[in-house]
Every structure is written in structure tokens, then in C-alpha cells.
Write a protein that binds this ligand. Structure first.
Ligand code: ADP
Ligand code: MG
Length: 222
């Protein structure tokens, strides 16, 4: 589903070029649940953002679902992202003035994947899937962190993308809530989604298929 070949990201800083990610070769199959681990600053977010077409590699190629995205024009890339990738972030990034259901409808409005009249019904189904149907008409500020992250996962699923990418999705949650969120990602993977999660958590045994560790931007095989 995802294939990286010789992917490198170099940032130009005032101190000169800085290699954030170097020479990554990685293949992730459909339905795999993969963790990206490593210390702060090791390049995890940079790598994840390149997988999802948020960031472009300086060199190398990124292929997702058979499509090479590294040279795709920005407009096409944004449309492609909306259909192909669901993103989940550490701080949820829900729009504060929209209800839970309205937040889940946003990607459908953007990508026009469903007729407008069917979008709310799908949003409610997704909120039910992630266990927060009863919170549908509340604003994010009225929800707990775990509930907000469940809404964000429902939003990531809105356009039924084959790939879910999450950057430290449990970093702002207590360990019990975080474990429940990880189980939810595991269920998505078992239902065929390709799930890649950046995490510091080390007790994921039994949940993930594989873990990839970064050290100073390089992949360390295990
Ligand atoms: P992680 O997610 O593992 O903490 P990041 O991918 O965010 O690491 O960052 C990897 C390295 O690249 C860090 O040293 C960071 O400071 C640097 N970096 C990230 N984004 C930029 C940028 N836009 N410009 C310059 N350096 C950056
Ligand atoms: Mg990061």
C-alpha cells in the first residue's frame, strides 16, 4: 500500500542544510498496523508527513496505493490526500465552533464524496463506530480528551480512506484512554485500513504488526 524508496528530507536552516530524514526504504502492506518510534527530533513527524503528502521529500519516491505522489501538483495532491489519507493528531485539531458531527462532516464537504443530504447520517454512523455517538451535538470543548480523539478518528474515516496516519495520537491522553485509542486503531487495521502511528508508547505488544525505529533520521531495523 505504501512504498518509500531512498526517501530523504533536507531542511535549509540558518546553520546550513540539515538532514531530518535520510535514505528511508520502507514498504507497508494493506491492512498493516505499523508504529514509528524514536526520540524527539528523530524525524518521525517528517517521515509521517511525507507518507501522507503533507510534506515532500528532497529526494526519493513515495508511492501510496500505486500512485507516486512526490511530484504531484499541489492541487491534485490536496484532492488525493482528501480521498486517500485520514490524519489524526496529538491535539485532535477539531474546529472549536463546530459540533462533533459537524467536524466529522467537514472532509466529506471538502471532497464531496457523498451527496450533501447523506453526510450527517454517515457522520453519525462513524461516531457510533468509534463509540461517541452520544456526544454528536456537543462542541469539542465539552468533550474529554479521549472523546475528542475518537471524534478526530471518525473525521479521519469520513471519506473511507485506505490509509490512516496518526502523529502521537495518545500523547495528550492518560495511559488507559491511550490504550483504548490504540485498540481502536488496531480494529481499523483488522478491518483492512493501513494504519501508521507515531508513538512513544512501548507497551504495544500484540497490537502492532511491526515497529520502525528512527535514530537521527535513519531507520534502524529490528
Ligand atoms: P520528531 O517528530 O521525531 O520529534 P521531526 O520530524 O519533527 O521529529 O523533526 C526532525 C528534525 O528536523 C528535528 O531536528 C527538527 O528540528 C527538524 N525540523 C523539522 N521541521 C523543520 C523545518 N521546517 N525546518 C528546519 N528543521 C526542521
Ligand atoms: Mg513529531
Amino acid at each position: 500500500m505504501i512504498s518509500l524508496q531512498q526517501v530523504t528530507k533536507c531542511y535549509n536552516t540558518s546553520a546550513g542544510p540539515f538532514l531530518a530524514v535520510t535514505d528511508i526504504d520502507l514498504a507497508i502492506g494493506a491492512g498493516e498496523f505499523v508504529a514509528i518510534t524514536g526520540k524527539s527530533g528523530s524525524g518521525k513527524s517528517t517521515l509521517l508527513n511525507m507518507l501522507g503528502g503533507i510534506d515532500r521529500p528532497s529526494s526519493g519516491s513515495v508511492t501510496v496505493g500505486g500512485t507516486a505522489i512526490e511530484n504531484m501538483h499541489e492541487n491534485r495532491l490536496a484532492a488525493w490526500r482528501g480521498r486517500t489519507i485520514g490524519f489524526v493528531f496529538q491535539f485532535f485539531q477539531l474546529l472549536p465552533t463546530l459540533t462533533a458531527a459537524e467536524n466529522v462532516m467537514l472532509p466529506m464537504d471538502f471532497s464531496r464524496t457523498l451527496p450533501a443530504a447523506q453526510r450527517r447520517r454517515r457522520a453519525l454512523e462513524l461516531l457510533d463506530t468509534v463509540g461517541v455517538m452520544d456526544q454528536r451535538d456537543k462542541l469539542p470543548a465539552a468533550l474529554s480528551g479521549g472523546q475528542q480523539q475518537r471524534v478526530a478518528i471518525a473525521r479521519a474515516l469520513a471519506n473511507d480512506p485506505p490509509v490512516i496516519l496518526a502523529d502521537e495520537p495518545t500523547g495528550n491522553l492518560d495511559s488507559q484512554t491511550g490504550a483504548a485509542i490504540f485498540r481502536l486503531f488496531g480494529e481499523l487495521a483488522s478491518r483492512g485500513k493501513t494504519v501508521v502511528v507515531v508513538t512513544h508508547e512501548h507497551d504495544l505488544a500484540g497490537l502492532i504488526d511491526r515497529s520502525v525505529e528512527l535514530v537521527d533520521g535513519a531507520m534502524v531495523s529490528r
